[in-house]
Design a binder for this molecule. Structure first.
Ligand SMILES: *[C@@H]1O[C@H](CO)[C@@H](O)[C@H](O)[C@H]1NC(C)=O
Ligand SMILES: *[C@@H]1O[C@H](CO)[C@@H](O)[C@H](O)[C@H]1NC(C)=O
Length: 346
């Protein structure tokens, strides 16, 4: 890879931070990194209550599932160098008029998509909406605003196919990308399914460059898949028509470094200090840096790392059955991811 090529890609990553300046000179200061900052309690949060969102999935509705503490939904993100604009749902709907937005990824992507649809519905409660899910594609529309928000369930981004020899994960093949064409905003995520082993592992074979293996280092597999994705974006996306975002790796708290907590169970306060860089985050950033087209990293890993209090823990599916330290309660942390996305879009 030539030096000039690398430099071009580097400028793209840097522009993530300067983006907020074009956006709202009054609020975001030049060079302000909106992902560096602190969580502060703010009594005007959350931006909505889960009961105001009639279509919210039970798995994210911690209140309804019996979670007694409230503070976890009352944190606002305060960047160190500037102020975030308050989320204005009607303004965002107007801004997105005539546009299609698609989230592509696993259930963390679903988490963020659902948060955004709730935030917009509560901001414009009179606006008629439609919602349907067919074959892993959920489509939420506001016809009055001519806005469509889709979620395409796609844990690996690359292909996974049933063949005679079993389920094959193809790191070089990305046929579902055809669904991404024509979208005005694309927001990807992928990571959590790459680490599954045993019964939760959804493949029997991994194929890359004409090689078939039973298994391989998961970070290497992840990087190969991301490179396949990056090549597709670089050759198919027209940045004047489509803005591309990548949701950074969402940290789970099944185990916690530097804390006496075994996992997220019973946690009602954020951690005092973030952990060290997530290995998958490092891989993702390297791939994004190598790209020719602008892709904006929604750099939520570190800011979410301290939010051990934001997970459903036992308040999932209406009972004390599981311990969910991966997804996030709604209202909650993903609302702030969307506020950051909003800041980058507006
Ligand atoms: C895979 O095999 C095909 C057919 O033998 C060959 O043309 C191609 O170059 C191989 N690809 C790689 C990456 O080795
Ligand atoms: C993402 O945020 C972390 C922590 O603030 C920072 O170290 C990293 O450089 C950021 N990544 C990008 C691409 O800006």
């Amino acid at each position: 890879m030539g030096g000039a090529y690398f430099l071009a890609a580097f400028v793209v990553l840097v522009s993530i931070t300067s983006l907020s300046t074009h956006v709202d000179g009054k609020i975001a200061r030049k060079g302000c990194d909106i992902f560096q900052g602190n969580w502060v309690l703010d009594s005007s949060y959350p931006l909505y209550e889960s009961w105001q969102c009639p279509f919210i999935e039970e798995q994210f509705d911690c209140r309804k599932n019996g979670r007694p503490d409230m503070e976890y939904a009352k944190y606002r993100w305060q960047p160190s160098g500037c102020k975030l604009p308050r989320f204005n749902g009607v303004e965002l709907l107007r801004k997105l008029k005539g546009k299609e937005v698609m989230f592509v990824g696993d259930s963390l992507s679903l988490n963020q998509w659902q948060s955004l649809t709730c935030m917009l519905h509560v901001a414009a409660p009179q606006a008629f909406y439609t919602s349907q899910t067919i074959d892993g594609l959920s489509t939420f529309t506001f016809p009055e605003y001519d806005v469509s928000l889709k979620f395409s369930r796609n844990a690996f981004l690359v292909d996974i196919k049933s063949e005679e020899r079993g389920r094959v994960l193809r790191l070089d093949s990305i046929s579902t990308a055809k669904f991404w064409r024509g979208m005005n905003v694309l927001i990807f995520d992928s990571w959590h399914w790459w680490i599954h082993t045993g019964r939760k592992q959804p493949w029997d074979w991994v194929v890359y460059e004409n090689t078939t293996v039973k298994d391989m280092n998961r970070l290497v597999a992840y990087e190969r898949a991301l490179n396949t994705w990056a090549k597709w974006i670089d050759s198919n996306v027209d940045p004047t028509k489509t803005q591309v975002f990548f949701q950074g790796v969402s940290p789970d708290h099944d185990s916690v470094q530097g804390s006496s907590a075994a996992n997220c169970g019973g946690q009602t306060q954020p951690l005092k200090r973030p952990g060290s860089p997530h290995p998958a985050e490092v891989v993702l950033e390297n791939v994004l840096r190598s790209m020719g087209k602008p892709v904006y990293l929604l750099n939520i890993t570190r800011l979410s790392q301290v939010r051990i209090d934001g997970h459903p823990s036992v308040y999932v599916h209406g009972g004390h059955k599981d311990m969910d330290c991966s997804h996030w309660c709604l209202s909650g942390v993903p609302d702030i991811w969307n506020q950051l996305l909003y800041t980058m879009l507006i």
